[in-house]
Design a protein around this ligand. Structure first.
Ligand code: UTP
Length: 276
């Protein structure tokens, strides 16, 4: 029912300079796998096998990563190293990839709107690959959200409780509780000051959006820094219809920040790489 997943990967990744000067942030490895591959695996696990990347200049290595590398594969054929590529090969065999470019970095809302011609008139997932989510004993976060969508059929944002002194880094929701982990969104504020935050429930980089979002983004004027915020467009959906916020099960690492990236690396090394 949801078949498509959009990956906005056009951002500059300035918090990781100089590493990201000529290399996409999404290709930074957590142990031996690039961040973006974790995100694609999560989408595929949820049944989203049409993946659209909104890329930008300097991001060509993302397209190369999700393509066959004949020379390399020929070189390691028949050796023990072949198994290193099993995971990525099975993704390439299964997934249909499409790419479009965001020519100017005018914010996440604008990046999502850039993907409209490739998404069309259907509900779709959005994954921000720099938020690394590990379901662990649970399904992946996108799979949890797809299950919820089947029940409610409206836009859904993933949320997480964060310490009060970190709310200024996130979009923050206010909502009416439907159950322990599901809220009906009544308000959303982008990067509020601690004293203005309606709660400590922060939106993280997983969304399911119904296609009317594109119209809402078009109606959203750019903010002070010239960026079109996705939060503003989703708030309009919430005000005119229904948007859910879902407190997902599992762990999330903010790999857009150096601290979160190091934390994710240590966690994945101990719990995934060494546990194999
Ligand atoms: P971020 O603000 O976290 O990413 O955007 P950034 O701009 O790359 O990183 P910093 O802050 O400079 O270090 C969240 C996601 O939205 C994408 C980014 O690629 C990232 O995945 N994005 C953001 C776009 O695709 N286009 C934009 O115009 C802005």
């Amino acid at each position: 029912m949801i078949r498509k997943c959009l990956f906005p990967v056009a951002g500059y990744g300035t918090r990781f300079l100089p590493a990201t000067k000529s290399m996409p942030k999404e290709m930074l490895p957590i142990v031996n796998k690039p961040l973006v591959q974790y995100g694609v695996e999560e989408a595929v696990e949820a049944g989203l096998e049409n993946i659209t990347f909104v890329t930008g200049r300097g991001k060509r290595s993302i397209a190369d990563h999700f393509d066959i590398s004949y020379e390399l594969e020929h070189q390691i054929a028949g050796t023990a190293k072949e198994e290193y590529l099993t995971g990525i090969r099975s993704i390439i065999d299964k997934v249909n990839f499409s790419f479009t470019r965001q020519h100017e970095m005018k914010g996440l809302g604008h990046a999502i709107l850039t993907g409209e011609p490739l998404i069309g008139d259907e509900a779709f997932g959005v994954v921000l690959a720099d938020d690394l989510c590990i379901g662990g004993e649970y399904d992946g976060v996108m799979a949890q959200m797809v299950k919820l969508f089947k029940q409610f059929r409206c836009s859904i944002v993933a949320i997480q409780e964060v310490p009060e002194d970190e709310v200024h880094k996130y979009g923050v929701i206010a909502g009416e509780s439907i159950s322990d982990d599901i809220f009906r969104v009544t308000n959303m504020v982008e990067k509020p000051k601690k004293e203005d935050a309606p709660s400590n429930l922060a939106i993280i980089g997983r969304y399911i959006l119904t296609p009317d979002i594109f119209e809402k983004i078009r109606e959203t004027p750019p903010g002070a820094n010239g960026e079109v915020q996705i939060t503003d467009a989703i708030l309009r959906q919430a005000q005119e219809g229904c948007v859910l916020a879902y407190k997902f099960k599992g762990r999330r690492f903010d790999c857009g920040s150096v601290d979160g990236f190091v934390e994710a690396t240590n966690y994945c090394y101990e719990n995934i790489y060494k546990a194999k």
